[in-house]
Design a protein around this ligand. Structure first.
Ligand code: URA
Length: 432
């Protein structure tokens, strides 16, 4: 077998065998095949696509390129959720303790953000003391004892993805559906969970810009799950507008806490209810949406979910006394209130602009290794379809550094005011 033959075969649109896929992935991880040949193959895959079988083989080979976690010793179902990433997406921080309080077991590895706003890890690290890097032993112990742990991805988890993703990033091959599906699923499967909910964000603030591509990606990941014996559900959710009202690390933790008390913004609560229902049904804790809603209502209204959140944060070293006085914890040095010079029903259809502006305020990284200002961010005092009068505060900008006026102007240019409310949907589709 030779890598040149494999590149030629794929570039003619032919299906690769499991052996050929193992050959190129293993050869690349071991450093026996150079970047330039794998780059050519990745481009051939992007242009010619892959079948479900090829994508499943690729996922399996990548998953076994490093450590694969097993939860067999627990004798219970372990669940996980993953979002393809969006602006203001703090779902995991609310959903995971909520589900743990309802008896599900959550073992999650999350990533940092690059560009736009921070990832789940950055948000959790804004809580003083929170340890994202538990040892394997402590990770397992926490999951067993508290039903929940969220840690950073360890270096030995799917090393093939780390190498391939870095190459895709510089060869224009990130946006290939089979490559995205195998990258996400190999990491989810290596974490060992039995039931997985995938939140595929769709819109201008996401990888998937249209519903057709989001559905293709979602269905492909469900098929991979079936081939590899895992239960996978997919939700395709709106990322044309930031999720909730808070963008930025501490701001999002605060909003996640409000949601744990059932006081979050409507679009955010809608996703929490919808995702909780999908996972409760996948794990057979609820028969339908009505049963799931009853369980979620009870956990959110009784403090059960919030108490589980405190137990989880404390178990990973976080200082939970901060939450007794949120105004002291979140106290940015600079603040600008952005006021409206027009009136009408506000429409925000440009999530990406909010992500970029939040990053410029300090909430995200422009390049790998940049530090993050946990106090920086944007609060949306008004959301789409809220009526705004001239002079109303629509957004508040926060930072530890002086705020550039251009950010305010940029945000004002990215919104519109309409005479009537527009149709808005948060969950576009659910696939099982
Ligand atoms: N997220 C991943 O983990 N991999 C991709 O390829 C794209 C998004």
């Amino acid at each position: 077998m030779s890598i040149v033959e494999i590149i030629n075969k794929k570039s003619k649109g032919k299906e690769l065998t499991k052996e050929e896929i193992s050959f190129f992935v293993e050869g690349y991880v071991k450093g026996e095949i150079p970047d330039y040949q794998i780059s050519a193959l990745l481009m051939a895959i992007k242009l010619q696509n892959m079948t479900i079988e090829e994508t499943s083989y690729l996922t399996e080979v990548m998953m076994h390129s490093g450590k694969v976690i097993s939860w067999d010793f627990l004798n219970r179902l372990v669940v996980d959720k993953h979002s393809t990433g969006g602006i203001g997406d703090k779902v995991s921080i609310t959903l995971c303790p909520l589900l743990a309080s309802l008896g599900l077991t959550i073992a999650k590895m999350s990533g940092r953000g690059l560009g736009h706003t921070g990832g789940t890890l950055d948000k959790l690290e804004s809580i003083n003391g929170y340890n994202c890097f538990l040892s394997d032993k402590a990770f397992k112990e926490n999951v067993e004892k508290h039903n929940i742990a969220i840690i950073g991805q360890t270096d030995n988890l799917v090393p093939a993805d780390k190498k391939l993703y870095a190459l895709r990033d510089v060869t224009g091959t990130v946006d290939s559906i089979p490559l995205i599906a195998s990258s996400i699923m190999s990491k989810k499967l290596a974490t060992g969970s039995h039931c997985i909910l995938l939140d595929v964000k769709c819109g201008n603030g996401a990888f998937m810009q249209n519903i057709e591509d989001a559905k293709k990606l979602g269905s492909l990941m469900i098929s991979i799950g079936k081939q590899l014996n895992r239960k996978v559900a997919v939700e395709i959710t709106n990322m044309n507008e930031p999720l909730g009202k808070a963008i930025g690390n501490k701001l999002e933790v605060i909003e996640a806490i409000e949601a744990l008390k059932n006081k979050g913004p409507k679009d955010f609560m809608d996703i929490i209810y919808s995702s909780a229902s999908s996972l409760l049904q996948l794990a057979k804790k609820a028969k339908n949406d009505t049963e799931a809603k009853k369980l979620v209502d009870e956990a959110l209204n009784s403090n059960k979910a919030y108490d589980k959140f405190l137990e989880w944060i404390k178990s990973q070293g976080g200082d939970i006394t901060l939450f007794d006085n949120l105004n002291k914890w979140f106290n940015p040095k600079y603040k600008i209130e952005v006021k409206s010079n027009k009136e009408g029903y506000l429409q925000i259809n440009n999530a990406i602009e909010f992500g970029i502006c939040a990053m410029h305020l300090g909430a995200g990284r422009e390049k790998k290794g940049d530090s993050i200002d946990f106090d920086a961010g944007i609060y949306l005092n008004k959301k789409s379809n809220d009526y705004v009068n001239k002079g109303d505060v629509i957004f508040t900008l926060y930072s530890s550094n002086p705020i550039n006026k251009e950010i305010e102007e940029r945000l004002l240019k990215s919104i519109s005011f309409e005479k009537e409310k527009q149709n808005k949907q948060i969950v576009f589709a659910k696939l099982i």
